[in-house]
Design a binder for this molecule. Structure first.
Ligand SMILES: [Zn+2]
Length: 173
């Protein structure tokens, strides 16, 4: 069942049977995430473990992914690593959601039906930065504009050389 993550499933039934679902989902096939991707490669991997807790259908979701994004400072590709773990209560309507204990995230699932893909996509979207940028500014522009960056770093040395030639330093006083 290679695409089990995209099937509509009955969360209550999965919880009562304590079903574990291992998944490997191509990131490009997650419709809401796809427009943010800087490339088609990459998978979200992990496990969705369904249990019944406090009368609720709960999924213990572990997701790992290396998400290709575009740095908004230098517009070069970058990779955002995600390693998330969440306990999500699956509820049928907003009233039920209000009664869920605060230690759970909640997902509204009309009729109690969900797909593992939806749960994983929601976790990934929560884990991604609103404005992705290279964490270290020194990484910016290295891959996309490497030559230009190298030229710019040489300029200060050229200026220093001219200064030394002129001999107009503060040492003359
Ligand atoms: Zn950057």
């Amino acid at each position: 069942m290679p695409d089990g993550w995209s099937r509509s499933l009955d969360a209550g039934q999965l919880a009562d049977r304590r079903t574990d679902i291992d998944f490997s989902i191509p990131l490009a096939q997650l419709a809401r995430l796809a427009p943010q991707l800087a490339g088609g490669a990459g998978h979200a991997k992990g496990r969705a473990a369904f249990v019944r807790e406090q009368g609720l259908a709960v999924v213990d979701l572990a997701v790992e992914a290396a998400v290709p994004l575009t740095c908004q400072r230098c517009l070069a590709p970058m990779v955002w690593p995600v390693a998330s773990r969440a306990r999500i209560a699956i509820v049928a309507d907003a009233d039920a959601a209000e009664r869920v204990a605060p230690e759970f995230e909640t997902v509204l699932a009309p009729g109690g039906r969900i797909t593992v893909g939806e749960l994983v996509e929601e976790e990934l979207l929560l884990a991604l930065p609103i404005v992705p940028m290279h964490a270290d500014r020194a990484d910016c522009g290295v891959s996309a504009a490497g030559e230009r960056a190298a030229e710019e770093t040489q300029k200060p040395f050229a200026g220093l050389a001219a200064l030394l030639k002129g001999g107009a330093g503060p040492d003359e006083e």
